[in-house]
Design a protein around this ligand. Structure first.
Ligand SMILES: Cc1ncc(COP(=O)(O)O)c(C=O)c1O
Length: 439
C-alpha cells in the first residue's frame, strides 16, 4: 500500500514498465551530463538510448540549461489562446525556415502523442473545410507507433498497445509493415527489396474508396517497433500514391527528427516531402516537453477563409508554445547548428553500422538493422518466455554500466549525436559483454 515513506516506491505507477519487476530491483537515475548518467548508488552509466530517443545533444547541455533557467525567471507562462509571446512565433519561423519546402506553418503541443492527434485532426478538418467531409478514414501501418492517445493507438500498429483498449477510432486501416527477414535480413541501411509494399495503399483505396480516406500516417523509419528501415523507393512510392488519390501524407518524425538520421528531418534525408510532419523529443533535447506539427502552407491558407472572428481550428493546449519549452527549443537548435551535430552524427554512421553488425555472432540474434544513428537487433526469444532475453540483456547492460532500450526481445540503440568515436566504442564494448553473458 502507498504510504508516506519518502523512500517508498509504491505510489508511482510507472509508464510502459513491468512495475513489479522494477520494484524488485529498482534502478534510479539521479544525475546526468553529456552521454553519461549517474545512478542512486553513484555508478556512472553510458546512455545508449539518448534518454528515450530524445537527448540528442547530450544531457544537461549547459546552453540549454541556462536558457531554461533564464526563461523561468523572465516569463514563466503566458496564455496561449488569444495571446502569444514573441519567442514562440520566432521558434515557428525558425522551424519553418529549416523544414522541407512548403511546410511553413507550425502548431505547438507538448508531446509526440499530441503531435499525432493534432496532425490527424488537422487532416480531417482540412478535408471537411474543402467540402470533402466524407474523407474520414485514417490509415496507419502495421508495427507503426504513434504514441498513446486514442488517435495514435488507432492508427498505430503495435498489437500490445491496442489490445487493452477495445474502444478506438472507427474507420481506421493499416498498410502492411516493411520488414521481411527473408528478403532483407541483416541489411545495412535501406533494404533493396520492398518498394512495392507502398502499393498496398491502392488495395485500401479499392476497398474503401479514395473519397473516404483522409490521411496516411507513417514513421519514415519505424522506431519503437525496432528500427524498420524503409526499402529503397518505398517512401517515394507512398508519396506518389497519396498524391494520386488526394490523400494527405503525414510523416511522424518524433524519433527521426532533429539529426537522428543526419538531417533535421527524415523527409530531407529521403528526399520525400509529406504534407504534415509531427515532431517532439529532440526539438527540446528532452529537457522540457514539447511537440510540434509542421503543416503545408496552402493547407493552412484554406482554413483562413471563414468569418474573421471565427476560430479556424478548434484545437490547442494550455501549454502550446510554453515559454520554457520554447526557450529550450531555441537553445537546442542553436546547439545543433553551432556544434555541427548533424554532420557529426553522419560522421559516426559507418562506425555505428560496423560495430552493430559486428555483434551478429555474439548471441542468438535473428536480425540486425540500422540507418543513421538508429540501430536494432532481434534476439531469438527463450521458448515459451517472450521478453525474457530482452529484459536479461537490459539487466546485463546496466550491470556493465550501460543503459539500453529493449522492447520485448528487440534491442534498439541510439547514441546521443554528441557521442565521440571512443565513447561509441565503449558503448559497444559494454553491450558486447552484456550479450555474451546472455543465457
Ligand atoms: C514515432 C513516434 N510517435 C509518437 C510518439 C509518442 O511520443 P510521446 O511519448 O512524446 O507522446 C513516439 C514516442 O516514442 C514515437 O516514437
Amino acid at each position: 500500500m502507498a504510504g508516506n515513506d519518502p523512500q517508498a516506491l509504491d505510489a508511482l505507477w510507472m509508464p510502459f514498465t513491468a512495475n513489479r519487476w522494477f520494484r524488485a530491483t529498482p534502478r534510479l537515475i539521479t544525475e546526468a551530463a553529456g552521454v553519461r548518467y549517474r545512478d542512486a548508488d553513484g555508478r556512472e552509466l553510458l546512455d545508449f538510448a539518448s534518454g528515450l530517443w530524445c537527448v540528442n545533444a547530450g544531457h544537461c547541455h549547459p546552453r540549454i540549461v541556462e536558457a531554461i533557467r533564464e526563461q523561468a525567471g523572465k516569463l514563466d507562462y503566458a496564455m496561449s489562446f488569444q495571446l502569444g509571446h514573441p519567442e514562440a512565433f520566432r521558434l515557428a519561423e525558425r522551424l519553418a525556415a529549416k523544414a522541407p519546402d512548403g511546410l511553413e506553418r507550425v502548431f505547438f503541443c507538448n508531446s509526440g502523442s499530441e503531435a499525432v492527434d493534432t496532425a490527424l485532426k488537422i487532416a480531417l478538418a482540412w478535408h471537411r473545410q474543402r467540402g470533402h467531409a466524407g474523407r474520414t478514414r485514417l490509415v496507419g501501418r502495421v508495427r507503426g507507433y504513434h504514441g498513446v492517445g486514442f488517435g495514435g493507438i488507432s492508427v498505430g500498429g503495435i498489437g500490445n498497445n491496442r489490445r487493452q483498449y477495445p474502444v478506438q477510432l472507427p474507420g481506421t486501416d493499416h498498410l502492411p509493415h516493411t520488414h521481411a527477414t527473408a528478403q532483407m535480413g541483416f541489411s545495412r541501411g535501406q533494404p533493396e527489396w520492398g518498394a512495392h509494399l507502398a502499393d498496398a495503399l491502392d488495395d485500401l483505396v479499392a476497398l474503401h474508396g479514395a473519397e473516404s480516406i483522409a490521411a496516411v500516417i507513417v514513421e519514415p523509419v519505424a522506431g519503437s517497433a525496432g528500427v524498420l528501415v524503409p526499402p529503397v523507393g518505398y517512401l517515394e512510392r507512398l508519396r506518389e500514391r497519396c498524391t494520386a488519390h488526394g490523400i494527405l501524407l503525414i510523416f511522424d518524425e518524433v524519433i527521426t527528427g532533429f539529426g537522428r538520421i543526419g538531417h533535421l528531418f527524415g523527409a530531407q534525408r529521403f528526399g520525400v516531402v509529406p504534407d504534415l510532419i509531427c515532431c517532439a523529443k529532440g526539438l527540446t533535447n528532452g529537457a522540457v516537453p514539447m511537440g510540434a506539427v509542421l503543416v503545408r502552407d496552402d493547407l493552412f491558407e484554406d482554413f483562413m477563409a471563414g468569418p474573421e472572428l471565427a476560430i479556424e481550428l478548434a484545437h490547442g493546449y494550455t501549454y502550446s508554445g510554453h515559454p520554457l519549452a520554447t526557450a529550450a527549443a531555441h537553445a537546442t537548435l542553436d546547439v545543433y547548428d553551432d556544434e555541427g551535430l548533424f554532420e557529426h552524427a553522419r560522421s559516426l554512421e559507418q562506425q555505428f553500422e560496423d560495430r552493430l553488425h559486428g555483434l551478429k555472432q555474439r548471441a542468438a540474434i535473428s536480425d540486425i538493422r540500422n540507418i543513421g544513428l538508429m540501430g536494432a537487433l532481434d534476439l531469438e526469444p527463450v521458448p515459451g518466455e517472450p521478453s525474457r532475453r530482452g529484459i536479461t540483456l537490459f539487466e546485463n547492460a546496466f550491470a556493465e554500466g550501460l543503459v539500453v532500450r529493449t522492447a520485448g526481445d528487440t534491442l534498439a540503440l541510439c547514441p546521443p549525436l554528441v557521442t565521440r568515436p571512443d565513447e561509441l566504442d565503449m558503448m559497444f564494448d559494454r553491450l558486447e559483454r552484456a550479450l555474451v553473458a546472455l543465457p
